[in-house]
Design a protein around this ligand. Sequence first.
Ligand code: HEC
Ligand code: HEC
Length: 160
Amino acid sequence: MMPRIFAALGMIACVFGMGFLIMGPVASANPAPDPVYAKECSACHIAYPAQFLPKRSWDRIIGSLDKHFGENATLPPKSLVSIKTYLDGHAADASDPNSRIMREVAASQTPARITEMPFWTHIHGRLLARHAFDAPKVKSASNCSACHRGAATGHFGDDD
Ligand code: HEC
Ligand code: HEC
């Protein structure tokens, strides 16, 4: 029994290790968030970095704020225009449709969450396998700041 468990763990570590090598670090390219976005979209969670989702995902989120993950997150039209401009301009595919963050996302896919993006699941695979996101202090994978102290200001690396 034991060797089989070790083999499985080794395989998991190998697959995710490889994912991380292919993806490379993505910790440090976060531009300073837009003040309107930072204010209006941080009431219930951190203002997530624009570059972690493609434009089409942000557009869908902004277009359906009345039904936002079970919450009504509607905003005045003026704020929305400014937020949409910011998110579109800094999205994962804003300057390069083949950016690292966009790897393995098919053109036909519109991920609803950062935590569904392949780059994210590759990096966090080991934690997912250990159900680390169910811990009482974390509660949800979306709760980035439970583990990343610098998340609110866009910092996700080891030193943050
Ligand atoms: C349960 C704790 C936990 C939560 C919650 C979590 N992360 Fe992480 N994250 C980690 C750990 C641990 C690593 C380092 C993984 C490794 O190196 O194997 C990491 C690594 C990362 C990295 C790579 C950093 C680098 O050095 O390049 C990014 C980017 C990241 N997380 C983004 C997020 C985002 C965005 C969220 C929320 C949507 C989030 N994380 C939620 C634990 C967490
Ligand atoms: C009224 C509260 C509320 C407000 C305001 C709000 N959100 Fe959310 N948001 C939520 C909830 C609840 C979730 C789901 C969290 C979970 O699954 O743990 C969520 C999740 C998200 C996610 C997915 C996170 C993941 O799992 O990868 C994104 C992206 C997001 N929100 C963007 C926005 C944007 C952009 C705004 C501003 C226009 C905004 N939110 C404002 C409540 C809110």
